[in-house]
Design a protein around this ligand. Structure first.
Ligand code: PEP
Length: 252
């Protein structure tokens, strides 16, 4: 079966205690059946809340994912969680290479490639994050930087329906600032070209490319209607069910 055109993914980051996660997940579950048929809804809570969020979303059609994973199956990796553990908890996706991991945990492209490969090994779909810093954009190197990250982080030979990539300019995350429509379209085109070149037109052309960075209900439509934009990765606005669902609604 072909996948829905848009993946709308919420990254809850390190927010909320159990009761908050329950309330937010119930809000998403309550509205999920009204989301446009072209959308697939995903929420990525903190690890500790995955089980309760899965329970709250059961039967709603919305899915649960992890925010990161280790590349090994098991072992002496204090504080880490494997892709197999996430799959065992009912996750279907995992975010890898978020800029907060690249920056705060010093993860580079080879580590992100290994995590994406681990996710595929475990039957999870990785959402591979890429994006330029503000200095790289000001230097006119946004497309070049992102295309390099795409090539370095995407596992060879992957089936395009088994992964997604998210363009998240580092300077747009949580800042309230977004690139212009032309800037987003240019980077997504560079990502598509790199993927088609690497994987062939069918696999590379079928990969959903999400935009992330200060997406909210009021700006989502203008972004979601761009060529090669096939969804959103949402931080702050995903912490309110109404806003998360409001973003999905713009895809109709
Ligand atoms: C993110 O962290 O993935 C993100 C896109 O955050 P925000 O929507 O808050 O900018």
């Amino acid at each position: 079966m072909s996948q829905p055109e848009y993946l709308i993914a919420g990254n809850w980051k390190m927010n909320g205690l159990g009761a908050d996660a329950d309330a937010l997940a119930k809000g998403v579950a309550a509205g999920a059946s009204s989301a446009p048929a072209v959308t697939e809804l995903l929420v990525c809570p903190p690890y500790l809340h995955i089980d309760r969020v899965s329970a709250a979303l059961a039967g709603s059609g919305a899915q649960v994912g992890g925010q990161d994973c280790h590349n090994e199956i098991s072992g002496a990796f204090t504080g880490d969680v494997s892709a197999e553990m996430l799959a065992d908890m009912g996750c279907s996706y995992v975010i890898v290479g978020h800029s907060e991991r690249r920056d705060g945990h010093r993860e580079g492209d080879p580590a992100i490639w290994a995590k994406a490969s681990a996710a595929l090994r475990a039957g999870l779909k990785p959402i591979i994050c890429v994006g330029e810093t503000e200095q790289e954009r000001l230097a006119g190197k946004a497309e070049e930087t992102v295309a390099r990250q795409v090539r370095a982080c995407t596992p060879d030979g992957v089936d395009g329906s088994k992964i997604a990539l998210a363009y998240e300019p580092v300077w747009a995350i949580g800042s309230g600032r977004t690139p212009t429509r032309d800037e987003i379209a240019a980077v997504h085109k560079a990502m598509r070209d790199a993927l088609e070149d690497m994987l062939g037109a069918d696999a590379g052309g079928g990969i959903r490319l999400l935009y992330g960075g200060s997406v909210k209900p009021s700006n989502a439509k203008e972004i979601m209607t761009l060529d090669n934009v096939n969804g959103a990765l949402i931080g702050g606005a995903s912490l309110k069910a109404e806003d998360f669902l409001g973003i999905a609604a713009t895809c109709a």
